[in-house]
Ligand binder design. Structure first.
Ligand code: SF4
Length: 613
């Protein structure tokens, strides 16, 4: 009752200005964030029933408290709302999630001789990013093509500064060797500009520009350069021919298609650059009781606020409640006019249909995958004689080299998908020898010392030996959980006379079960085996990356140990500043000199010491 009165009081005293409202549950957790031009009337509409959106009564049944943050303009409210959503990820807001890892190509024009790199995340706001590319392979192919046509350097900054002579890239004509001053800054910049134009999809105008350069080179009797430009034009024309989806026009457009099924929404964005369809990006499907217009508003703000390239026209399927505000915000961000278009016919409508069709096929394949995962879990329960459906699976692995930098990992799958926030890694403390069984014992004993959030199934990477270790840990701790071992079978090859020739590389995965002499194959049930293999691969990857991290840290320590002025504190400063020992090793002299507490002289010592490595 008390709670209700406080809530009533807050609604009555709500400000009439623009701003953001934060709805909280009884545990004071933010469950929904919204914006309004007039907070009082917006909140009032929730409580008087004037808000007819399907989610309004649903929210009202859960809200216990409301907080208001006023802003001067509606645009400020939009930005603030987006920031709060990103920070708190409220349960009932639209949260845009990538459905897979996307790759980007990036180039930092601030560098003296910029280079193109393949990255997963945007980290440098000053750099230019291209993509997204749906796979590492697609991004690498584009990178390879661009480097062939526009021979930018591909080496690290350190190589650029330290090379005593050009590398193989120069010999094979894929770099003009700025490392040894064989190309000036100005022509190199031209190459950078051309490669940027190519990646931004401005291929026709790029060809026209290079043709003009070729003619000028020919006029100046520079036939070698003219021939090089001719080859570049031919390569670009060939690339243009391969792009078979041409929508005409020269505009840059993003097309946001949504497929709706009951309360599920699947989004897909198509990227049209200079009239050509250059690619697409999709997101994880969302299940919400919201109207399409609201979903699109939230998705637009979240997507473009994360640094995605904003095209001059964004095609969407319906009008938005805050259309003018979003248009203004996008225009400010791009610093050029941006239009939101809702087409009803013609080419734009055909593009929208295509985006929706893509979204639909994504949703359908997602549904199929869900069904396969459910079937896989059922088969696992049946074939491995598990007490429960293995909704939560934990898999353990050990990584070390002769006992050194020994680590253990725990990967977690929830309903057939990785739950990365639950992963754990263990630095082995009690075992110094190369004893995988003892290490596995330590890892499992530390994990299950906390008898909480128990999995439905424990998988250990290994055969009978590892399985028995796991069983004895669980027995010692009196914990009842199903355990299996997953290991690759070692194949034995005999000579024609039946003599043992060799034990070879490993082949198929076999599952080891407690109290069962022979291992079993799950080859006939690929959905089930697939789940086990994926969780095992994740545990393996996670253990290995931690092992490498420790090893690198140690390598860096041994290098820096020889420098008298570097102690534990400065080592930590360096690591904190660069984020990893790998980044410390890749740092340029200028970057090292910028580290607080390092100074010019010491930076030089570190730089030359690392260069010798
Ligand atoms: S030739 Fe020089 S600048 Fe070019 S990639 Fe090799 S080291 Fe780098």
């Amino acid at each position: 009752m008390e709670e209700k009165n406080i809530l009533k009081e807050k609604i009555t005293s709500a400000p009439r200005s623009p701003g953001v409202y934060l709805m909280k549950d009884s545990a004071q957790k933010i469950i929904y964030v919204g914006k309004a031009n007039n907070l009082k009337s917006r909140i009032g509409s929730y409580f008087t029933g004037k808000d007819t959106r399907p989610m309004a009564p649903f929210l009202m049944s859960r809200v216990s408290d409301i907080e208001f943050i006023t802003t001067v303009t509606g645009k400020e409210a939009l930005i603030l709302e987006n920031n709060i959503i990103k920070k708190h990820r409220p349960r009932y807001n639209v949260i845009l999630r990538d459905d897979k890892t996307y790759y980007h190509l990036t180039i930092d024009p601030a560098e003296r001789f910029p280079r193109l790199q393949l990255v997963r995340k945007r980290v440098n706001n000053a750099a230019l990013y291209f993509g997204p590319y749906p796979s590492g392979l697609a991004a690498k192919e584009t990178l390879r093509f661009v480097q062939q046509v526009f021979p930018l350097r591909s080496c690290r900054n350190r190589d650029l500064q330290l090379r005593s002579r050009p590398c193989l890239e120069y010999q094979i004509g894929r770099c003009f060797a700025p490392c040894k001053g064989l190309i000036d800054e100005e022509p190199y910049r031209k190459l950078v500009e051309n490669s940027v134009s190519f990646l931004q999809g401005r291929r026709r105008s790029l060809i026209t520009e290079i043709k003009a350069q070729m003619e000028e080179a020919a006029r100046n009797l520079n036939y070698e350069e003219a021939a090089r430009l001719r080859d570049r034009i031919a390569a670009l024309e060939h690339a243009l021919e391969k792009q078979n989806v041409d929508w005409g026009g020269t505009k840059d457009q993003d097309v946001l298609g949504v497929y709706t099924h009951d309360d599920s929404y699947q989004l897909c964005i198509l990227f049209v650059r200079g009239g050509k369809l250059l690619g697409s990006k999709s997101f994880a499907p969302m299940k919400m009781k919201m109207e399409l217009a609201e979903i699109i508003s939230s998705c637009l703000t979240q997507y473009y606020d994360d640094g995605a390239q904003i095209s001059s026209e964004i095609i969407i399927p319906c009008h938005l409640p805050d259309e003018a505000l979003i248009t203004e915000w996008l225009t400010d961000k791009k610093e050029k006019k941006v239009t939101l278009t809702i087409p009803s016919r013609g080419t734009k409508n055909a593009l929208l249909d295509m985006a929706v069709a893509n979204a639909r096929s994504l949703w359908e394949s997602g549904q199929k995958k869900e069904e396969q995962k459910a079937a896989g879990m059922k088969i696992l329960q049946e074939k491995l004689l598990l007490a429960k459906l293995p909704r939560r699976i934990e898999c353990y692995d050990i990584s070390n080299i002769s006992g050194k930098h020994a680590v253990g990992s725990m990967a977690v799958f929830q309903d057939g998908e990785p739950d990365k926030s639950s992963y754990r890694r263990f630095r082995i403390k009690s075992v110094s020898e190369s004893d995988d069984y003892a290490m596995m014992y330590e890892v499992l004993a530390r994990r299950f010392a906390h008898n909480e959030n128990l999995p439905d199934l424990v998988v250990v990477d290994g055969g009978k030996g590892q399985l028995n270790v796991a069983l004895s840990v669980l027995k010692d701790l009196k914990i009842k959980v199903d355990v299996i071992g997953l290991a690759k079978e070692e194949r034995t090859i005999f000579s024609s006379k039946g003599i043992l020739k060799k034990k070879t590389g490993k082949s198929e995965d076999r599952v080891y079960l407690p109290r069962r002499k022979d291992s079993i194959y799950l080859k006939a049930w690929p959905y089930a085996l697939g789940i086990l293999q994926r969780v095992r691969d994740e545990a393996h990857r996670f253990a290995l990356s931690y092992h490498h991290q420790l090893k690198q840290k140690n390598d860096l320590r041994s290098v820096l140990d020889d420098i008298p002025d570097i102690g534990e504190v400065r080592r930590k400063i360096l690591l904190k500043h660069f984020g990893s020992s790998k980044q410390v090793k890749n740092a340029t002299l200028a970057e090292l000199q910028k580290v607080p507490g390092i100074g010019k002289e010491l930076a030089e010592k570190i730089y030359s010491r690392l260069s010798l490595k």
